[in-house]
Design a protein around this ligand. Sequence first.
Ligand SMILES: NC(=O)c1ccc[n+]([C@@H]2O[C@H](COP(=O)([O-])OP(=O)(O)OC[C@H]3O[C@@H](n4cnc5c(N)ncnc54)[C@H](O)[C@@H]3O)[C@@H](O)[C@H]2O)c1
Ligand SMILES: [Zn+2]
Ligand SMILES: [Zn+2]
Length: 361
Amino acid sequence: MPQTVKGVVAMTKGAAVTIENVVIPDPGPGEAVVTIQACGVCHTDLHYREGGINDEFPFLLGHEASGLVESVGDGVTEVAVGDFVILNWRAVCGTCRSCVKGKPQYCFSTFNAEQKMTLEDGTELSPALGIGAFVEKTLVAAGQCTKVDPEASPAAAGLLGCGVMAGIGAAINTGGVGRGDSVAVFGCGGVGDAAIAGSKLAGASTIIAVDIDDQKLEWAKGFGATHTINSGAVDPVARIRELTGGNGVDVAIDAIGLPEVYKQCFEARDLAGTVVLVGVPHPDMTIELPFIDIFGRGGSLKSSWYGDCLPARDFPMLIDLYRQGRLDLDGFVSETIALDEVEAAFHKMERGEVLRSVVVL
Ligand SMILES: NC(=O)c1ccc[n+]([C@@H]2O[C@H](COP(=O)([O-])OP(=O)(O)OC[C@H]3O[C@@H](n4cnc5c(N)ncnc54)[C@H](O)[C@@H]3O)[C@@H](O)[C@H]2O)c1
Ligand SMILES: [Zn+2]
Ligand SMILES: [Zn+2]
């Protein structure tokens, strides 16, 4: 029997989100229904609400979630009823041209549930990132459920489902940060601070946090920043050069997605260094760079979708590090909130008051 539950929906572009009745079908073949325990508010949810991702309104928002598998459809072997899982937006297909090249972290054909969740009048919902988890229960493909140690706090674990994984992976997987490297992270929200934590885990010796908000810079120190720069007050490129013997950093990470910030990353990077773009640009944005410098500075300009993670490999490993006290996932949870407080949480995010507001059910 389909179930009707409460969920947070963005009905039209830019409008405040509302709580709606959401109809969840029984899981079909290869699908699972998950009872959501926690779901973080990511800036990408706000991008969806603003129409910055696509126009397929109405959206069922929320995608950084953990919960318990309530029921599974035919043929599901990955997870069983009662498993504690983190939801992922990279269920790899195993057969696309990237998977067969042994690079499933770039899978070009990831999949979601085939059935649609709807409003009570039958209107199909577009679940954010193929998940939709600001809701009491959600329907996903079983491959979107990654089983992890149930001793982990649901609020902290869920954050690995998007922003924190994206940030850690941007540093370690995409940027290839290693022992002794210098790193600059621009934008110290949940994603940027995770890139800082990831750089620390990987053994970077200089980790420079850049933001326009002093409170964010203070928090960044707690995750491992060795230096901070308020780029509203000083030129971050000149300061990064000063802090790195005049050279620039090995890896510069844009965790905001603004052309001016990307340029700062490009210029603050050492010769043969790497720029990683993990922040999501708005579709209208363009960028102009001196072509000769793209050539002359060498190195690489990379983008990081989901931190180039493989959920089945990375989530359990990072939960282990968290349980051992080596990765402070709890530190990302600024506040826990109810479903009807998501709109307020967006405003807190815009005002820079939180790293992550986490809906706990
Ligand atoms: N690539 C991915 O897979 C992925 C995954 C999750 C989130 N994201 C994206 O990452 C970005 C960051 O997400 P978040 O949740 O951390 O957002 P957030 O709003 O919490 O953090 C953004 C930070 O950037 C700072 N900032 C804004 N403008 C700045 C400027 N001009 N210079 C320096 N700092 C500035 C803000 O003060 C804030 O601390 C978003 O674009 C989000 O959509 C990408
Ligand atoms: Zn694939
Ligand atoms: Zn996200």
